[in-house]
Structure formats: structure tokens, C-alpha cells
Design a protein around this ligand. Structure first.
Ligand code: AKG
Ligand code: FE2
Length: 292
């Protein structure tokens, strides 16, 4: 097994290992590597849906995608991100091909499944990287006053308008997460943060802008260019990510795993309120003027 850095920004890649053949002790060691590195890409894996499902289940319980269109026919906890169509001409999965928001998966759920897999079947010929950046407060140079402010607040989220497979609730999460294994402190804040508890709209906007401004910088980003067989395991409690726009065919498979709490920071969510039926698209608090 060979372990090498993926970039200066974050992540490692592992080659020479077949994940399916790992013992439970080896799998636990690899999870500890994910906790250290945030993102681990295992090269040249070969898994059908059944195998991907059973491998992921050895790590933890699985959550379904928040979009019904994604669910794989035989294993609904596996989702398809693809613009390919089946023999009837129907989309096989979620076909989004533009640049996404910077996000952390599942923040709109009360109990987010924060460990995620992306497995590449067909890489796009043009574009279509998945970009990642770390949210650790030290590495982003966040001042201690802002860190203390995050530690005292909860960040509020709700599903997007096309999240038709998630509870229609507004939830809050601790705005600062601390890893039980390493003590790493990470801002649990993303483009999707709506507000912070205990702050008015302008104070919320300012806190989000301060964090996002330090966090989202080109030099802090690693963009993973996919190859068939890449199996990426990443911890949403310490990274943001987004799909970069692409042209041509692309197919990734995904699954979201409830992270083992002895190794990973796991947000303790609370329901704030239900959402009115038939509401329009959720609005993202605008801070884009400050984002570099
Ligand atoms: O398609 C991608 O590159 C990213 C997909 C994604 O954000 C997800 O599955 O959570
Ligand atoms: Fe995502």
C-alpha cells in the first residue's frame, strides 16, 4: 500500500489496496487516516453497487440522498450523480453540471451522515473536478475572537428547493466542531448557512462573511480530477466541497455514512422549526461580494 499527499492544501491518495479485501482492523486504520487527512482517494477500485453498499455498511449506517432522482434502483442508499440516461431515455441520476455552492453534505438534516463516498465510474472529459477545502480554524487563520463566537453559536440550515427526499425542517448545528480523535477545531459553516442563533440578520451576515472570506481562497483548494475507479472518502465535518462545471458524460456514485463518533466530530443537530408546505427555493444568505 502506498500513501502519498494529493496536494499541499489537503488530502492523501492510497494505491495498492483493494478496499473490499481489508480486514476490519485495516478499515479502522484507514478511517483514522481520513480523520487526519480529511480526504482520502483510493485509486483503481472496482465495485458494483452491491459491493459498494456492503463496504460502506462496514463503516457505518447509511443515509439516502436528499434527491429522489439519485437513488440507485437496487440500493437506494447509493446515489447516482450523472447526466447519462437509461434505455427508456430517463435520467439515471442527478444531472447537475454547473458549478455548485461550497457545501458540507447533509447540513440540512437533523442528524447529518457526515462521512461521504464519491466513486468515479465515468470521468467528464472536460471539467467536472470535485474541489475541496479545509475548514480547520487554525489553518485558515481565523482569529480567536471569531473562533470563540463560533463556539458560542449554532448555525441554521434548511433543505434546498429540490431536496425532495429530506425532512422539510429548519435545523441548527454547533458552528464549531471539535474532533474527538485529534482535537481539530473546524468551522461548520458553508455557503448554505442561513443565520446564527442569538445574532440579528446583520451580525449573522458579518460572521458568515468573516469565516467564508478566510476559508474560501483559491490557494486553499484542492480540485480532484477524477479517474475511473477513484473511491474518495471524505469527512464533511472538516471540509467543504463543490462540483466544478463540466461538459460531456459524467457518472459518479455516492453514499453518505453516519460517521463513527469515537473517531470523527459529529454535529449534534436540533430541529428549529418545520417549513411551510409549497415554500419557494431556500435563499442563501448573500456574502458573495466578500468571497475571494
Ligand atoms: O458531483 C460532484 O462532484 C460532487 C457531488 C456532491 O457534492 C455530493 O455527492 O455530495
Ligand atoms: Fe456534496
Amino acid at each position: 500500500m502506498k500513501v502519498e499527499p494529493l496536494s499541499d492544501a489537503l488530502g492523501v491518495q492510497v494505491s495498492g489496496v483493494a478496499l473490499q479485501d481489508c480486514s476490519s482492523g485495516e478499515l479502522t486504520d484507514l478511517l483514522r487516516l481520513v480523520e487526519q487527512a480529511g480526504l482520502v482517494v483510493f485509486r483503481r477500485q472496482s465495485l458494483d453497487d452491491r459491493e459498494m453498499h456492503s463496504l460502506a455498511r462496514r463503516i457505518g449506517p447509511l443515509e439516502e440522498s436528499s434527491r429522489k432522482v439519485c437513488l440507485s434502483p437496487d440500493f437506494p442508499q447509493i446515489s447516482y450523480l450523472s447526466n447519462l440516461r437509461d434505455e427508456s431515455g430517463d435520467p439515471i441520476g442527478f444531472a447537475g453540471a454547473d458549478t455548485d455552492y461550497w457545501h458540507s453534505d447533509q447540513q440540512h438534516r437533523e442528524n447529518p451522515a457526515t462521512l461521504a463516498v464519491l466513486y468515479c465510474v465515468v470521468p467528464a472529459v472536460s471539467g467536472g473536478a470535485t474541489s475541496f477545502l479545509p475548514t480547520e480554524v487554525g489553518a485558515m487563520g481565523l482569529d480567536e475572537r471569531t473562533v470563540a463566537e463560533l463556539a458560542a453559536r449554532r448555525a441554521v440550515y434548511e433543505p434546498a428547493f429540490n431536496h425532495d427526499n429530506a425532512p422539510q425542517i429548519r435545523v441548527s448545528h454547533p458552528a464549531l466542531l471539535v474532533s474527538p480523535a485529534s482535537g481539530k477545531r473546524c468551522a461548520y459553516v458553508s455557503d448554505n448557512t442561513l443565520e446564527f442563533t442569538g445574532l440579528d440578520a446583520e451580525q449573522s451576515r458579518q460572521l458568515k462573511a468573516t469565516v467564508v472570506h478566510r476559508m474560501i481562497r483559491p490557494s486553499r483548494v484542492y480540485s480532484h480530477r477524477w479517474a475511473t475507479g477513484d473511491f474518495a472518502l471524505y469527512d464533511n465535518a472538516q471540509l467543504l466541497h463543490r462540483r466544478e462545471e463540466f461538459r460531456g458524460r459524467r457518472w459518479l456514485k455516492a453514499t453518505k455514512i453516519f460517521a463513527p463518533k469515537d473517531i470523527f466530530a459529529v454535529p449534534a443537530g436540533e430541529v428549529v422549526t418545520g417549513l411551510p408546505a409549497g415554500r419557494s427555493a431556500s435563499r442563501v444568505m448573500e456574502v458573495s461580494g466578500d468571497v475571494s
